[in-house]
Design a protein around this ligand. Structure first.
Ligand code: UDP
Length: 446
């Protein structure tokens, strides 16, 4: 339902459908982010339209989430799954479909918040032909991804160019952690405005519950120590490090432990290859009976997995934010994570979890061991972890900060209205390196 009294804004999320079942196919943090940000912004008075590419012919073109928040699935290429690395070709049609939708609805979005580099390209194209205020969230950075030795797809150079262009030409970048903001400065560009607003979690869903009940529900042994991984199967997620750390703990004589791995899809999907590789390592290490592959789990059941676990491990090589960390902590589960990116921001070492060097099998094994075998400390961390998330990372709080930023950007655009055709493509008359940090205590200025 559109409203005449509300300001309409567009969130663009090319591949990550906010209406998709989380845990399906490639669905991950970006789907969760866009959906929750959209819904919470609508409660603050905006009309929020979230645009994504239509992937299945049987999917509805429009999904109404609440009276003023909806997902709109646009035609952009064949209505079938296309891996992100080959999606760029469909983006010109995405732009056309977006423009047709605007005309048919008689609406103009003065503010567009894009997500991921493909959507950034869409935003930059729209900015060329109409007066829009452009905000962007990266979710993942080619500049970091290609550095970590992952193979470079044909679209790599274009991605790097768009990631730089959006930082320099958007009205504002929304970095989700101070670490991500710093990475943008050091790896992408020193120009452009960045504001740090974190991700959040649904604290009414991810909350403190009874571990005994959770284990009963999931049919997990009450007496075993459970180590949990939740996330996509992607080499960047470092699941191999966790499996090897688990094997080390077994070798050291820890018999009463289980590793539960949540996530992953079918072998035909892009993450299928990594899923098969990890299963092979588990097999080689003789851990088939101790490692449980739980498959994809929706957010309705996931809180029980976090609650049932004694420790949640996030062994990522890089993580701009890492929603899993705050979901686990919200459920009172301490986290052992790589000392990288947003994980350094969300986890408070020794209070809500431990940070260790990425890919360091021994360090992961030691940190997991410390948490599993100090019951008193683990109990204290449970309370601190959930308090940390409730104070700093709720979607409601995130939406308030975004809403304030949107209003500021829109107000500035009215004050500094400039004929659109006066803007040169390479103009760098943007204030250098401005980062505002309004509400969070532990932010760094970049
Ligand atoms: N997720 C899920 N079910 C699964 C695996 C993952 O719901 O089986 C969700 C998880 O709860 C989190 C998101 O996917 O909300 C992953 O976000 P994160 O930022 O940790 O990683 P990303 O996918 O963005 O790399």
């Amino acid at each position: 339902m559109q409203s005449l009294h509300r300001q309409a804004i567009a969130l663009i999320s090319d591949h990550a459908d906010p209406a998709a079942d989380i845990g399906l196919e490639e669905a991950g943090g970006q789907n969760v982010y866009v959906r929750h940000v959209g819904e919470n912004l609508a409660t603050l008075g905006w009309q929020v339209d979230m645009f994504t590419r239509k992937v299945h012919p049987e999917d509805d073109d429009i999904v109404q989430h609440s009276p003023h928040c909806r997902t709109i699935r646009l035609k952009a290429g064949a209505e079938t799954y296309i891996p992100r690395d080959r999606l760029f070709e469909q983006m010109p049609e995405f732009v056309k479909s977006f423009q047709s939708f605007q005309s048919s609805e008689g609406v103009h979005y003065p503010l567009i918040h894009t997500n991921y580099w493909l959507s950034a390209w869409v935003g930059l194209e729209l900015q060329k032909t109409s007066a829009v205020q452009l905000l962007h969230t990266y979710h993942s950075l080619g500049a970091v991804k290609y550095q970590s030795g992952q193979s470079r797809p044909a679209s790599a150079d274009l991605r790097l160019q768009i990631e730089r262009e959006i930082l320099e030409r958007a009205n504002c970048i929304v970095a989700t952690s101070p670490q991500e903001a710093q990475t943008l400065r050091s790896h992408v560009s020193t120009y452009g405005r960045i504001e740090m607003i974190p991700c959040g979690t649904d604290t009414s869903n991810f909350r403190l519950m009874s571990k005994t009940d959770a284990r009963n529900l999931l049919k997990l042994d009450q007496h075993e120590q459970i180590i949990l991984y939740v996330g996509r199967f992607d080499p960047r997620k470092g699941i191999e490090t966790l499996v090897r750390a688990f094997a080390l703990l077994k070798q050291q004589g820890q018999q009463n432990i289980k590793l539960v791995i949540v996530g992953g899809s079918s072998p035909q999907m892009p993450d299928g290859e990594e899923r098969v590789r990890i299963a092979e390592i588990v097999n080689e290490l003789g851990l088939n009976l101790e490692v449980i592959f739980a498959g994809q789990i929706g957010h309705d059941i996931l809180p029980f997995y976090y609650t049932a676990a004694d420790v949640c491990v996030i062994p990522s090589h890089y993580e701009p934010f890492g929603l899993v960390a705050i979901e686990a902590m919200a459920c009172g589960t301490p986290v052992v994570a790589s000392d990288v990116g947003g994980l350094k921001f969300t986890i408070i070492p020794e209070q809500t979890g431990l940070l260790v060097p990425p890919q360091d099998v021994v360090a992961f094994a030691n940190a997991i061991h410390r948490i599993l075998f100090d019951e008193l400390w683990a109990r204290k961390m449970r309370k601190q972890a959930s308090a940390n998330v409730n104070q700093r990372f709720t979607w409601g709080g995130v939406a308030i900060q975004l809403s304030e930023l949107y209003r500021h950007v829109l107000a500035q655009s009215i004050m500094h209205e400039q004929p659109h055709n006066l803007r040169t493509p390479d103009s760098r008359n943007i204030p250098k390196s401005v980062i505002y940090q309004r509400t969070l205590q532990s932010a760094t200025k970049v």
